[in-house]
Design a protein around this ligand. Structure first.
Ligand SMILES: [Zn+2]
Length: 135
């Protein structure tokens, strides 16, 4: 068992430690002191972020190239920057004129947007996922 080390995963979305401990299996010949005690393992949101995301449609700012060393893609050529916004369904309806696209977004609950679009759509530049959309 000495090649198993406990790790506190960090939530990618809020950079806070999750309330859990993951057991991390070391690769052969790797020493446990080289493994940080907390790190981002995946894009799974913590309970708090999950709650916020469930309040509406999540817009995730993403680029086509990694934003930091060794960043893994969340899907094909998509690397989230860590900035995201939750918009109520009504809010999204106002943003997206196209009914077909709006329907798709409602199904996905998630939307990846590039930084240029994000800057226009969310002109304040402030992430608003801490403020629950009313409704
Ligand atoms: Zn989180």
């Amino acid at each position: 068992m000495n090649n198993i080390v406990p790790i506190i995963p960090i939530c990618f979305w809020c950079a806070k430690e999750k309330n859990q401990i993951d057991l991390f299996k070391l690769k052969k010949n790797k020493k446990s002191e080289h493994i940080p005690r907390s790190l981002i393992i995946d894009y799974e949101p913590c309970d708090n972020c999950k709650l916020n995301m469930e309040k509406g449609i999540t817009f995730i700012e993403a680029t086509q190239t990694p934003n930091f060393e060794h960043q893994t893609e969340i899907m094909n050529n998509t690397y989230p920057t860590g900035r995201w916004w939750v918009v109520s369904e009504d809010g999204v309806k106002n943003m997206i004129g196209d009914a077909k696209i709006f329907k798709q977004i409602l199904m996905w609950r998630k939307c990846y947007i590039d930084p240029d679009v994000a800057a226009k759509a969310f002109s304040t530049g402030e992430q608003n996922h801490d403020k629950a959309p009313s409704s």
